[in-house]
Design a protein around this ligand. Sequence first.
Ligand code: ZN
Ligand code: ZN
Ligand code: ZN
Length: 143
Amino acid sequence: MNHKKEFIELLENNQLKKTSTRFTVLNILKSRESAISQPELEAMLGKKVDRVTLYRTLSTFEEKGIIHKVLNINGTANYAFCSSSCNEHEHHDEHVHFNCTKCLSIFCLDHTIISPITLPEGYILKSLNLIVYGLCKKCNQVS
Ligand SMILES: [Zn+2]
Ligand SMILES: [Zn+2]
Ligand SMILES: [Zn+2]
């Protein structure tokens, strides 16, 4: 599927220049069901994009509320597209992050309902980060 039009709009709305690196990274993120780490991205991009440019691209996207970072069980940062309610000022990725303990993939489970949590008096909730560990549907398949 071609998302070029959608990506042009996304970059323009965020006052970002339409560079080929940005398009490539957006395409890779869009084509995947799970989040992706910087080393994995580097491997996919090969020599086309240098490390620094990739690093900057990811941090710009994160600042703009386009992608968010999740850590896998080894502490490696992985990136995934944000929900539409994220923007330059705040992130609202309060969905379940599923960490597969076998393939180490991270999935953003947007449609899994998290029941509201009740805090003791005097505590204010600012953000919620729910990580679920287990086997993803691929690793769970009995062969
Ligand atoms: Zn976000
Ligand atoms: Zn898995
Ligand atoms: Zn997420």
